[in-house]
Design a protein around this ligand. Sequence first.
Ligand code: PHE
Length: 337
Amino acid sequence: MPDIKDIGVLLAEAESAISMANSPDDLEAISIKYLGRKGQITAVLRSLKEVPIDQRKELGAATNKARVKLEQELKEAAEKFSKGDKKANFDPTLPGVSHRIGAIHPITKVLKQVNQSFERMGFEIAKGPEIESDYYNFEGLNFPPDHPARDMQDTFYVEGDMLLRTHTSPVQVRTLKNSKPPVKIIAPGKNFRNEAISSRAYYTFYQIEGFLVDEGVSMADLKGVLNAFCRDFFGEGLKLRYRPSFFPFTEPSAEVDITCFLCGSKGCRLCKHTGWLEILGCGMIDPNVLENADYDSEKYTGFAFGMGIERVTMLKYMIDDIRLFYNNDIRFIRQFI
Ligand code: PHE
C-alpha cells in the first residue's frame, strides 16, 4: 500500500533524473517511467481505491500535486533543450576540445633567426620600398643604362622608371645616403623577378642584404662575419668556399658556397654531387657606389652580401621545391611550428 512518504521519494527521484537529463530523449524516458500508463506515479493514482478512506484524500491530493509538478518541470526542461540552452546539458567533467593553433611560416621563422644572428654581431635592421626607382635598383648601384648586367635580372616595370625591386641592394644606396660611417646594416625584404617558375625559382622571393662601411674594412672582415653567421645558423664544422664572380656594385665579387651538410661534402643529390651548396653573393662595395652615396671612397671601404632566404631555408630544412613556400598548403606550414 503506497503512502505519502513514497510519493515524496518518487518525486525527488524524478526531479534528480530531470536535472541530469542530457537530451529530450532522456526527458521522454523519465516521463514514461513516472507518468506513463505503467508509470510509478500513475500506479499510485490507480491504487488509491485500495487505500483506506481516511488516508485516501490526503494521498490522492499529494500524488496529484506531484504529478502536476513533474509535468511542469518536464515541460520546462524540454523548453531549455529546444532553446539550445547549453548550460542545461553542460558537463564540466568532459575533457576539453583542443583547438588547432597556427604555425609560423618557415620563411618568417628563418628571417627572424637570421636577423637575430646578425643583430648579435651589432648589425641594425633597415628597410626599403618594394616598388623602387630605376636609380636605386640599377643606376646608383653602378649599372649604367645600357649595362649588360641588367639582363641578368628580368625586371617587372611598373610605370615610367618605377619597377619592382629585383634585389635588396637598393637599400645599400638609400641607407648610405642617410647615414654616417660606421654603417652596419642588414636589410631583409621581398624581391621580384620575372623568372620562369620551377622548383628552384619563383617570381617573388626574399633576400637579406648586409653591408658594413667604415675606414679600413677589408675582405677579411666580410669573411669573418659570414663565417660566424654560417656557424650560428647551420651549425659547427661547416666550411665556406669563395668563388670569384661578378656584380656591378662590388669589386672584387664572390659567390659563397657551404659544404653540403647532407653528405658531408662527399657528393649527393642535394649538392648535385659537387659537395658544395651556393648560398649568397658578396664583395667589396664598388667605389662608384660609395661615391653615389656621397662617401669619400679614398677614405671609406665596405663589404656587402645578399643572401637568398628561400635558398637557405630549403637547405636547412631539406625542402626540395621553392613553390611549397607560396602554395598556402597548411599541412606544409604546420611542420614548422
Ligand atoms: N644583389 C645581388 C643579387 O641579387 C646579391 C649581392 C648583394 C651581391 C650584395 C653582392 C653584394 O644577386
